[in-house]
Design a protein around this ligand. Structure first.
Ligand code: SF4
Length: 111
């Protein structure tokens, strides 16, 4: 049995066919993760203080937050000019230009 088939067989045996299909199907949550927008109510982003708009950050909870900090100014953000959103490499999902989380990393100034 080829190695790939053996792996698939073992995954079926361990996780069951439904779980394997959910992980590998093109429309599965895992496959869509890179293109889905981060939501403030998602557990992990919520734990990171994520806000769709930096103006709505709880300053008492995140005293180091500054109004000028937003996704579009973060090293971990990549977006195309003219678009309202981009990809955050930390969450590996889509965030708005004005978003923020406590993992904000300022872009390095051009030399
Ligand atoms: S890591 Fe940076 S780009 Fe990602 S959500 Fe936080 S502030 Fe925005």
């Amino acid at each position: 049995m080829p190695a790939h088939n053996r792996r698939v067989f073992m995954l079926h045996a361990i996780a069951g066919p439904t779980a394997l299909t959910a992980l590998t199907a093109p429309g599965s949550a895992r496959a869509q993760a890179a293109t889905d927008a981060v939501k403030e109510t998602d557990a992990y982003p919520k734990s990171m203080g994520f806000r769709l708009n930096t103006a709505n950050v709880d300053q008492a909870k995140f005293p180091r937050h500054e109004a000028a900090q937003k996704c579009s100014e973060c090293q971990l953000f990549s977006g195309k000019p003219g678009e309202a959103t981009g990809t955050c490499s930390f969450f590996k999902r889509v965030v708005p230009l004005d978003g923020w989380c406590r993992n904000f990393k300022p872009r390095k100034a051009a030399a």
